[in-house]
Write a protein that binds this ligand. Structure first.
Ligand code: HXC
Length: 261
């Protein structure tokens, strides 16, 4: 899925799937402002595009992303990062995306790269994938959501181990701990991620967005609040043409034809 171009994020589509390829291969896709601005803009464009039902973010064979760009950060001061709202300004655009986002990870997913994958809805990993939050080695910290999302994903003990030691974990361990959804041989990563995305994107878009929002509630809030939210979203399905079509198609033993409304 990689290609060579000047743009830090390559944008393409396959059917109803939008594909974003991080493209700073010489720097192992280190995440600088230009890349995060481009990624955010492309995500919002796909989110607004009625022809897109799911989004895949991927990198190169060697690196999904080796973290925030250390060369860029090295000279920054406290005053500058507060003023410029580092992270908040352009990294959190991903949180605004209501369509399912799949990370397809090969090679290094470190620091901000790991945090980017953690912020996606599904992570498909190649056997070559290596995950870690090694910021402690720089006397920094995983400040793009890592200290919050990693414990939620894999539990406090393992998260503390990874954050405090700065060690990397391989795809098998990430799979065992529940950080990733699937692990496949590297040569199958693109097919697996795009096939999954195509399946997802074939479903009713309003139902997908509703479902994603419900699961996000489980991730972020209390059970009582989440159950209440889920119930309202369930009731709302009955107001959609797609749910009527889905159930009628099942009863008629034919494939559904969703209009995404
Ligand atoms: C800037 C980076 C980079 C990074 C790699 N490069 N990671 N540049 N920022 N995060 C550059 C290298 O400087 C080098 O450039 C080129 O990419 C290839 O990297 P090598 O180190 O030569 O490759 P290799 O020996 O294979 O080692 C791969 C690696 C190592 C293990 C991934 O590059 C590494 O440890 N990178 C840093 C990982 C890290 O600390 N990430 C967390 C960053 S802080 P040249 O010009 O020499 O070819 C972070 C904070 C986020 O993410 C939270 C909010 C702040």
């Amino acid at each position: 899925m990689s290609a060579v171009s000047e743009s830090p994020v390559l944008v393409r589509r396959e059917g109803r799937v939008g594909i974003l390829t991080l493209n700073r291969p010489q720097q192992l896709n280190a995440l600088n402002d230009a890349l995060m601005d481009a990624l955010g803009a492309a995500l919002l464009a796909f989110d607004a595009d009625e022809g897109i039902g799911a989004i895949v973010i991927t990198g190169s064979d060697k690196a999904f992303a080796a973290g925030a760009d250390i060369a860029a950060m090295a000279g920054w001061t406290y005053t500058e990062v507060v003023r410029d709202q580092f992270i908040t300004r352009n990294w959190e655009t991903l949180r605004q995306v209501r369509k399912p986002v799949i990370a397809a990870v090969a090679g290094f997913a470190l620091g901000g790269g790991c945090e980017l994958a953690l912020a996606c809805d599904i992570v498909v990993a190649a056997e070559s994938a290596r995950f870690g939050l090694p910021e402690i080695k720089l006397a920094m910290l995983p400040g793009a959501g890592g200290t919050q999302r990693l414990p939620r994903a894999i539990g406090k003990a393992k998260a503390m181990d990874l954050c405090l030691s700065g060690r990397l974990m391989d795809a098998a361990e990430a799979d065992r701990l529940g950080l990733v959804s699937r692990v496949v041989p590297a040569e199958r990563l693109a097919d697996e991620a795009l096939g999954l995305a195509a399946t997802v994107a074939g479903y009713s878009l309003p139902a997908l967005m509703s479902l994603k929002a419900c699961v996000q509630r489980a991730w972020e809030g209390s059970l009582t609040e989440g159950i209440g939210y889920e119930r309202r979203e369930l009731y709302a399905r009955f107001a959609t043409e797609d749910a009527r079509e889905g159930m009628q198609a099942f009863l008629a033993k034919r494939p559904p034809v969703f209009q995404h409304r």
